[in-house]
Design a protein. Sequence first.
Length: 443
Amino acid sequence: VYKAFHQHHIEASSENLRHLLEKKIPPRIMKILVEAGKLAYDMGFSVFIVGGFVRDLLLGVENLDIDLVVEGDGIFYAQRFAEKLGVSLTVHREFGTAILNLGEQFKFHIDIATSRREYYPYPAALPQVEPAPLKEDLFRRDFTVNAMAISLNPPNFGNLIDFFGGKEDIKKRKVKVLYPKSFIDDPTRIFRAVRFEQRYKFSLDENTEKFIRKALEEKVFQRLSGTRIKEELIQILEEDRPERNIRRMHNLGILKMIHPKLSLTSRKEKTLDQLVDAIAAYEVLTGEKTRRWLVRLSVLLEDLDEQEMKNFCKRYSFTREEKRILITCSSKAKEIAEKLKSPKMKPSSIYYLLEPFPSEALILAMAKIKSKRVMKRIHFYLSHLKKITLEINGNDLKKMGYKPSPKFSYILEETKKAKLNGLLKTKEDEIEFVRKNFGKGDT
Ligand code: CTP
C-alpha cells in the first residue's frame, strides 16, 4: 500500500529542498533527519516532515518544532528511532503520537505521529482517527500552507510534497482552507486563520473568509467547549502586538460570537496600544513576567457588568483567580489612578494603597493614566516599595523579650511602615525602632 503512495509523492513534487534545509538547520539536526529517513526505509515505512515547519522554512522564519509523520506504525517507528539515537521517548498512545526527548542542548523538538485520516463524528467533536496515506493526513489539516510535507526517504530526501497548492499560497500570501466544511469540523481554525493572517501579514482567501462568516452564522462556537475557546483566545492575546488580530476578530464578527458585549472600540484600541509600554515597564521594574493576555482581555471585557463577567468566566472555564483579577481590573483601575492623585502622599500610603491589587490591575492603571505624578508613584512602588521586607520577624521580637501575642503583627506592621518611609536601613535600625516605640519588651 505504502509503496504505491511513494510514487505519488515523487509526482507531487518538482522541487528539492535539501540545500535550503542544510542552510537553515544545524548539522547535528540534519544528521538526525537523514537517520530518520534511513530507519524508515529499513522498516519498510516512509517518513515526512509536515506542517508548520515546512511553512516556516519556505517563509524563511525560524521554527524549532519538527513534526514527523510516518506512513506505517508511527509509535513502533518512534521507539526504534529513540533507541538508535540513545534518547528517551514520551508516548501518547491514545493519539498515536510520540515525542523524542532530545534534551535541552538540542534546542529542537521532534514529534512523531502515524499518518492518519480523521473523522468528525459530529461538528466540532474531537476527531476519531485511523491510519491512512500521507495525502489524507495532509488533507485533514487546516490551511494549504500548513498542509505541505518534505520527504525524508533516501531515494527522494528533501522533496517538497505539495498536493494542495501550499507553495503557491505562500507566494500569494493567502490563508486558504482545504475544504469548505473545515471550520465546521474544527471551529478553532477560525482563530488560527486570524492568527496566521496577522502574524505573517497574509490575507484570507475570499472563499475562506466566506466559510468563516457562514460558520459563525451557524453559531459553531456553541458546540465548542469553553476551554478550547479560552485556549485560542489566550494564544491570540499573547502575540506580540495583538491589536490587529483583535480588530480583525471584531470585523469578522468573531468577538461578538464569543460574547455579545465583547467589542473593540477605538478607545480600547488605544488602551491596548498603551499596554505594550505598561507591560514592558512592569516587567523591567519588577523582574516578573505577567500574564499579558489577562490584562488585554480585561480591556475587551470592559462593557460587561459584574454578573455578566461572572457568567463569561463560567462559560469559558476561567479559574477563580483569573475571574477575581478580571473583575478587579475592570472595577478598580480607574479608582487606583484617582486615589494616587492627591498632592502629598507618604511612601507608606502609596504602598498600602497599591499592595492589595493584582499586578494586572496596576498595569492597566499605568496604561490608562496621563498624570506624570501618578505614573511616578506606581513606578516607585514597583521598583522599590513592593520589594521592601523587614529584616526582623516574630522570633527577633521574642529574643528581645516580647511575649508572643496578637500585638506582634501590629509591631511588625508599624516597623514596616517606618521602613517604607525611609526611616530604617539596617536590622539594628529596626530593633532600635521597636525598642523606642514599644518599650522594653516585658509586655
Ligand atoms: N493543525 C490543524 N488544525 C488545527 C491545529 C493544527 O490542521 N486546529 C495542523 C496544521 O497542519 C499545523 C499542525 O497541525 O501546521 C501543527 O499545529 P500547531 O503546532 O498548533 O501549529 P503550527 O502550524 O506549528 O503553528 P505555530 O507556529 O503557531 O505553533
